[in-house]
Ligand binder design. Structure first.
Ligand code: HEM
Length: 413
């Protein structure tokens, strides 16, 4: 059964569901929108300190526990967030726009020229370039960071494992990210710049952070912003393939970019879930969650809750009431929200400008991950706007007829 059918069943019949011990310790699954908010907005009952995602690491404990931004509760969490929040305001990130536009337009033009591409690779550099610019990472290291964040996040998928086990792969990638940051911090101590690593060095000097905590901070921001945005962009393309009328509408009216980005975040839900640990016994519907038990809130399900969203399985870029949870909710609401929104907006705008249609050449292969809703391969042919009216698009029409949604055109000329 597909993810979304399973979630619908849970929302309808068992909205607070106990998943027994298996490859990892047991946990509650919360699938309705209203319950999601209840958990996310109550850090005094549902703590982030132990860990914040599913995984076998829960048998052993999490290295960043109680120290990393994502793994703390207020008031420490509020203090940590304030150290860097001014680097993430809409105003602070707006200056990146021309730069991001050039990164994504080069990538799209390259993919069009190549004839066919793996779209997962085409959009990979957009988030890396964004975060690297904010952090102060030099361009020659972007490829390395892309590989490490992929291994750290997607390590449950065998294709990304560089060690015998998922746990070892993730640990190795995290360790390399931490050491990379340590080196960059050393450079910034000598010559500070206008970047986040310099801000972490400042915070360390002022006694707000240890060096190790600063390194963990780097790790969490690098991870939080890379794979999520990348797979948000891939998911957007696939959504437009599935709903070509929406693509046509956006190409005709770019004033819809804002609501299109919100709909991508709702419909795709690049981050599938987050996890909290109950610090006291809590009643949630007819279930008693015991202190010490883990509770998983599924954005992917809450974002399709028919109690909140009309016709939730329809991708509709004109949705006006769209209180989506794609970027979370409560104190841990995505720190990079303004950047993520800018990146996706620039991406969709340039896609509209440069690409008239896309043909899926194979069935996309999904990343094996409960954390990220993403893909390993999305083999696609992008048709340049300049080719509109050529035989390519007719080819797309033929393949759509033949294979339905697995092989479709994004738009008609
Ligand atoms: C489409 C792209 C993105 C999605 C879907 C996304 C999703 C999320 C979600 C759901 C959370 C909440 C985590 C929780 O409740 O524990 C979160 C937190 C966070 N995100 Fe994002 N994110 C995206 C992009 C970014 C970017 C671009 C950055 C940074 C450059 C970033 C940095 C962070 C950080 C640091 C946190 C932790 C905040 C905290 O614990 O206070 N994210 N994100």
């Amino acid at each position: 059964m597909g993810f979304h059918r399973l979630f619908k069943q849970l929302r309808d019949h068992d909205p607070v569901h106990w998943n027994a011990d298996g490859v990892e310790p047991g946990f509650w699954s919360v699938t309705r929108y209203e319950d999601y908010l209840r958990v996310q907005k109550d850090p005094t009952s549902f703590s982030s300190a132990a860990t914040n995602v599913l995984g076998p690491h829960r048998w052993h404990g999490d290295e960043g526990s109680g120290r990393m931004l994502t793994h703390t509760d207020p008031p420490r969490h509020t203090e940590l967030r304030q150290l860097v929040s001014r680097s993430f305001t809409p105003r602070a990130v707006a200056s990146l726009e021309p730069y991001l536009r050039s990164v994504i337009s080069d990538a799209l033009d390259g993919a069009i020229a190549d004839g066919e591409c793996n779209f997962v690779d085409v959009v990979a550099m957009l988030p890396v370039a964004s975060i690297a610019a904010l952090m102060g990472v030099p361009q020659e290291d972007w490829g390395l960071l892309l590989r490490l964040t992929g291994a750290a996040f997607g390590s449950a998928d065998q294709d990304f494992q560089t060690s015998p086990s998922a746990r070892a792969t993730a640990a190795q990638a995290h360790a390399q990210l931490l050491l990379y940051c340590q080196d960059l911090m050393r450079q910034r101590r000598e010559a500070p710049r206008e970047d986040i690593v310099s801000r972490l060095v400042e915070a360390e000097r002022a006694g707000h952070l240890s060096e190790e905590d600063a390194m963990l901070f780097f790790d969490v921001v690098m991870l939080g912003g890379n794979e999520t945005t990348r797979h948000g962009a891939v998911g957007a393309l696939l959504a437009f393939v599935e709903f070509p009328d929406q693509w046509q509408q956006l190409r005709e009216d770019r004033r819809l970019l804002g609501s299109a980005v919100a709909e991508v975040l709702r419909f795709v839900s690049p981050s599938r879930h987050v996890l909290r640990r109950a610090v006291r016994d809590v009643q949630l519907r007819d279930r008693t969650i015991l202190a010490g038990q883990d509770v998983v809130v599924w954005h992917a399900s809450a974002n399709r809750d028919e109690r909140t969203f009309a016709d939730p399985d329809r991708f509709d870029i004109t949705r006006t009431a769209n209180p989506h949870l794609g970027l979370g909710a409560g104190p841990h609401y995505c720190l990079g929200a303004a950047l993520a929104t800018l990146e996706l907006s620039v991406f969709l705008d340039e896609l509209c400008r440069r690409v008239s249609a896309a043909t899926l050449l194979d069935r996309p292969t999904q990343l094996s991950s409960t954390v990220i809703n993403g893909y390993k391969h999305v083999r696609v042919q992008l048709h340049s706007s300049e080719q509109v009216g050529s035989g390519d698009t007719a080819g797309s029409q033929r393949s759509r007829d033949a294979e339905g949604r697995a092989r479709a055109a994004v738009a008609q000329p």
